[in-house]
Design a protein around this ligand. Structure first.
Ligand code: GLN
Length: 315
């Protein structure tokens, strides 16, 4: 009962807090750098910012460009990981580590030192292994992931941006190198090209902040999506996935992100970041300008301001 009253009190404060955050991050919008290593992403107007907070009962608060679609990029790794983890359970960790990498998300060096076993599922190499697992188990792997995303967002129209996909394929030499390298160690089972199609495909899906916050609700609710009652992971697996988001979800600035924001979160080079507070809410922000590690500059600041102003985090 006390919890309920506290949640209702918190909800009452959110509209004003979001308004303040939007004003405070405005000077940062021009300071980041859009991801131009995928040329199609380099064309996005960086003067945009959106934010959505969704509570477990579906109550929603939003501000800015919260309904504008953007490329979710690496945030999609959370959904493919969910499916692979549900499938292989703890055996998943035979092919992947669970330690922060401390290196850029597309680094090759560590992979050689560690014999083709990626440090964690959120660096590109790890997500490519996950894409391989999905490819190995499902007849139509990309659509299996897409259908999952459509289900957890409740957005049947969700789709791939074909221009982004083509751009990723044209310039995906590093990812191809990672995949071939892992195949040489036997850690990729299917054909590299097929696996990369799945990986690039799920990275090229578009969502808006509302979709993303909706999708992340199962992670805030021990694996059960509160809006359809379906179980996607058990409570222990959800704890593990959230722990990985906290320690590895923002790559080589995961430590700083935990320090400043204090939430498990996953970023993508499209400028989105999604996070959760277990038992309470999910939150999605988007602003295309990135910091040097590839995380949204204004988005990270917005999340820091959110946990600071509300006084809630996981710590
Ligand atoms: N598709 C992007 C890549 O492979 C994803 C990177 C990211 O969002 N950090 O480089």
């Amino acid at each position: 009962m006390d919890d309920l009253i506290a949640t209702e009190k918190l909800k009452a404060t959110i509209p004003e807090i979001l308004e303040e955050i939007q004003k405070e991050i405005a000077p940062l919008l021009s300071m980041g750098q859009v991801a131009n290593y995928i040329p199609e992403l380099g064309d996005v107007d960086q003067n945009q910012f959106g934010m959505v907070v969704r509570f477990l009962d579906g109550t929603t608060f939003e501000t800015g460009n919260s309904q504008t679609n953007f490329s979710i990029q690496s945030i999609s790794k959370v959904f493919s990981l969910t499916q692979a983890f549900a499938l292989l359970k703890e055996n998943l960790w035979n092919r992947l580590g669970k330690e922060p990498s401390g290196n850029p998300f597309n680094s090759l060096i560590q992979l050689e030192n560690e014999n083709g076993k990626p440090r964690n599922p959120f660096i590109n190499a790890g997500a490519i292994v996950i894409a391989d697992i999905i490819t190995h188990h499902f007849e139509d792997p990309l659509n299996t992931i897409l259908d999952f995303m459509r289900e957890v967002t409740f957005n049947k129209k969700l789709t791939i941006n074909m221009n982004v996909l083509q751009s990723e394929k044209n310039y995906g030499h590093r990812n191809a190198a990672l995949a071939h390298f892992m195949k040489s160690y036997g850690n990729i089972y299917s054909e590299v090209e097929e696996v990369l199609d799945v990986y690039f495909g799920h990275c090229s899906v578009e969502m808006n902040c509302f979709d993303l916050a909706t999708a992340f609700l199962y992670l805030a609710n021990h694996g059960v999506h509160p809006l359809n009652g379906k179980t996607y992971l058990n409570a222990s697996q959800t704890k593990r996935l959230n722990a990985l988001m906290l320690t590895c979800g923002t790559y080589d600035s995961a430590g700083e992100f935990a320090f400043k924001v204090g939430l498990p979160g996953k970023s993508g080079v499209g400028g989105g970041i999604a996070g959760i507070i277990p038992g309470l809410l999910s939150i999605a922000v988007w602003s295309p300008g990135l910091d040097k590690c590839g995380n949204s500059l204004a988005g990270t600041k917005a999340l820091e301001l959110f946990t600071t102003k509300t006084g809630i985090s996981i710590f």
